[in-house]
Design a protein around this ligand. Sequence first.
Ligand code: DC
Length: 218
Amino acid sequence: MSFRVPFVIAIDGPAASGKSTVAKGVARALDCVFVNSGEMYRAFTWWVLENGIDPNNADAVITLLNETSFACGEEEMIGYVEIQGRRLSDEQLKNDAINSSVSAIAAIPEVRERLVEEQRGFARFPALVMEGRDIGTVVFADTPYKFFVDASPEIRAARRSAEGIEDSIEARDLADSMRKASPLKQATDAIRIDTSEMGPDEVVAVVVDSISLNKEAA
Ligand code: DC
């Protein structure tokens, strides 16, 4: 298969919908760089908390943002972000404190503008799978390959608690969907996949098959 360059697959959806697992599987199957855009919002949230700033104090958050450096790259086909020259561990990015503050930070338009710019920088790689909340609606709105991955609230809550992480996903999804700046929503031209009754391999196959069909039809 040959694709236009950059070739971007956008995978959006709510928390614990299975989008990360699917995005990673699709990236592996199609030899793309995998980027988790949520990690960027989490990394900046870590930095806000590290600096003792209240996530609800938008002015203070924006002042810090303007003094903060980001550097994005790829290692073994996985995208990463460095904040002030530091790469953060999974434990630093995924914990109760970050989970309960990240939506407030991600709702600040200036924060989104800056991180969207960093996310678009990944287009220097020829093929990408990027997952998040606004990849198909904002970050790479022009890509023809868009998926919205969802699952029932019960299944999502069960998946998150199986990971052993405290995360009020309902509150986070509500905040992410209600915010004014690029809220979580399905792009009108995205294919919706309900993963409640599906295994990860099945979902990856649906995405890969639909891209192949779409490509043949083009
Ligand atoms: O994908 P995640 O759950 O790790 O994302 C963490 C938070 O970051 C999520 O609650 C909302 C925000 N986010 C966003 O606003 N836009 C994105 N493209 C990705 C994440």
